[in-house]
Design a protein around this ligand. Structure first.
Ligand code: DGY
Length: 322
């Protein structure tokens, strides 16, 4: 019998995934869930042929240079891979895989929650209940804005963006989007394409960010971009925190240039800019877009499928990052 491949498992996974790792691999884990300091992970990875990481493990070029020579694959349990220097990994001959597809529906659901929470002033409303400050029903109390008839601008009509659009149509939103390249008619489903970001901004009563974090998209929503939105627009971000310039967004929320924001992701999370916590018109969640039992299990299984393909079956990775 051939030895089971040794895998460094950086975080605790859903039970079914942990059980599969134990059955099919020789997993190495540090105590507790983590995140663990990188030197401890690197020490534990010595002699491993695979690493199963998440977005909390930052594998920059310097770290990749110190990975053990035995390593053949880095499987991240996330669709985003901005925490990995893929160029550096590829140059070392390492396969890098992510988990596309399996978290589309959960993340789209969560994006609608952000839109609704921001539009209907959920933060202020919940505070009245939790702090026992609800005085009376009021004809003018906590007035939000209707979704029906408004225009939803989606920056990044990929899998998740298209799933957001599908849900948003049911709320009566008109769908607009911007991608570098126009999406297929199947993906568009009648959405209006804007060939520049500026054109999308001009029509976005609600702007949803569903694009990956890349050198081109980092800080893409800055002062200038926010100034091009219709006054009183809503900003929603379920992608990555570094797509927005926090100073610009916070100023726009304070002045009312933005009616509200729904944010699931933050630059430097979990250490988000503390000003967000104090703004009543921010509906904020702690990066839970894919956090359902079914989806996190599917993400873990997808990462393990890739480890299995490369390390046990000797085939190409199933969902390689390119
Ligand atoms: C991802 O997968 O990149 C999400 O941000 C977390 O599920």
């Amino acid at each position: 019998m051939t030895a089971k491949p040794s895998i460094l498992v950086a975080r605790r996974l859903p039970d079914a995934c942990e059980a599969r790792l134990d059955a099919d691999f020789a997993p190495r884990r540090l105590p507790g869930d983590g995140p663990h300091p990188m030197p401890a992970l690197l020490a534990a990875a010595e002699g491993c042929s695979g690493m199963l990481v998440t977005l909390t493990e930052r594998l920059d070029a310097a770290t990749i240079a110190t990975l053990p020579a035995s390593l053949r694959i880095i499987a991240t349990m996330s669709v985003g891979f901005d925490h990995i220097d893929v160029g550096a990994a590829t140059a070392r001959g390492l396969a890098v895989t992510n988990t596309p597809g399996v978290l589309t529906e959960a993340t789209a659901d969560l994006t609608l929650l952000l839109i609704l929470g921001a539009a209907r002033r959920a933060t202020e409303a919940m505070a009245l209940i939790r702090e026992d400050r609800w005085g009376t029903w009021s004809p003018t109390g906590l007035l939000g804005v209707d979704l029906a008839g408004r225009r939803l601008g989606i920056l990044g009509l990929g899998r998740i963006g298209a799933a957001v659009a599908k849900r948003a149509r049911a709320f009566g939103l008109e769908i607009h989007y911007h991608n570098r390249r126009r999406a297929s008619p199947e993906q568009e489903q009648g959405a209006t394409y804007h060939d520049t970001l500026d054109r999308l901004l001009a029509v976005s009563d609600i702007l949803a960010l569903t694009a990956a974090s890349t050198p081109e998209t980092r800080n893409i929503i800055d002062h200038a971009a926010l100034a091009k939105l219709p006054p009183g627009a809503i900003l929603v971000n379920s992608a990555r925190g570094d797509l927005v310039d926090d100073d610009a967004v916070i100023e726009a929320l304070r002045t009312g240039r933005l009616f509200a924001a729904g944010l699931d992701v933050f630059r430097g999370e979990p250490a988000l800019d503390p000003r967000y916590r104090r703004l009543p018109n921010v509906f904020a969640l702690p990066h839970i877009g894919s956090a359902t039992v079914e989806t996190r299990t599917a993400m873990g299984m997808c990462a393990i499928d890739n480890l299995d393909a490369v390390l046990k079956r000797g085939t190409a990775p199933i969902t390689p990052v390119t």
